[in-house]
Design a protein around this ligand. Structure first.
Ligand code: IPE
Ligand code: IPE
Ligand code: MG
Length: 226
């Protein structure tokens, strides 16, 4: 497949529709989460191939803690297993893997694994892949504001968990929902949005390319006159 006609620096994705994808097949919701891992891998590999520098995925929101325990536990276990399973793949592709979010709510085992993989892949200089886990935009702004005040500073950016990462150029949300669901409220100030009805487990390289081509048609003015 040809690379898209334009390569954004940072693409961020709200992966949505796993449950509906499974239900459509008469299966349990978790089946959709399992299949969704394949979509993450496809997007990660396409991002490396096309020279995209940052790709971030909203994997679990602060609000998602309110789902039934069984689903939360399955999701946590799945994320742990998937990141360990991908470690060699990350290294092979030059991917630095990071996790951002409210880490204090994650298990010790998950936190230890995240740190291990982040360290092991820190040399990856082709793509930085970020998983947002136990993340919400309001939480991020609140924790940043607290630390900013403690530091006696008035610049919030260095205190957001995304500090050092360029703001997303393109945000994709799958499954037809057209809302932010408390995602990166600060960072998306000038991001272009692409909403697609495709459910996340069906979102693969072709759909990714199509979303970037839609982005390519946008005229970004950043409040200025051209
Ligand atoms: C996205 O799929 C995955 C997470 C939010 C963890 P959903 O689980 O939200 O699937 P739907 O939206 O119910 O179909
Ligand atoms: C947003 O999806 C969160 C993630 C994709 C991790 P949700 O499925 O939780 O969002 P709502 O509830 O439909 O807004
Ligand atoms: Mg959903």
């Amino acid at each position: 497949m040809q690379p898209p006609s334009i390569i954004p620096t940072h693409v961020s994705i709200i992966m949505d529709g796993n449950g509906r994808w499974a239900r459509q097949r008469g299966k349990e919701r978790v089946y959709g989460h399992f299949e969704g891992v394949e979509s993450v891998r496809a997007v990660m590999e396409a991002s490396v191939d096309w020279g995209i520098r940052y790709v971030s995925f909203f994997a679990f929101s602060e609000e998602n803690w309110g789902r039934p325990d069984s689903e939360v536990n399955t999701l946590m276990g799945l994320m742990l297993k998937a990141m360990v399973g991908e470690l060699e793949n990350f290294k092979e592709h030059g991917v630095h893997f990071r996790v951002l979010g409210n880490r204090s709510r994650l298990s010790d085992e998950l936190n230890a694994t995240i740190d291990m993989i982040d360290n092991e892949t820190a040399g990856g200089d082709r793509l930085t892949m970020i998983l947002l886990i136990s993340y919400s935009g309001k939480w991020d702004i609140q924790q940043a504001a607290r630390r900013m005040a403690a530091a006696g500073s008035d610049d919030i950016e260095p205190f957001l968990v995304t500090s050092g990462i360029p703001d997303p150029d393109l945000l994709i949300r799958t499954s037809g929902e057209q809302r932010l669901s408390n995602y990166m409220l600060w960072q998306l100030a000038y991001t272009e949005f692409v909403f697609t009805p495709t459910l996340w487990p069906d979102f693969r390289k072709e759909e990714y390319r199509a979303a970037i081509e839609e982005y390519a048609l946008r005229d970004r003015r950043f409040g200025k006159v051209k």
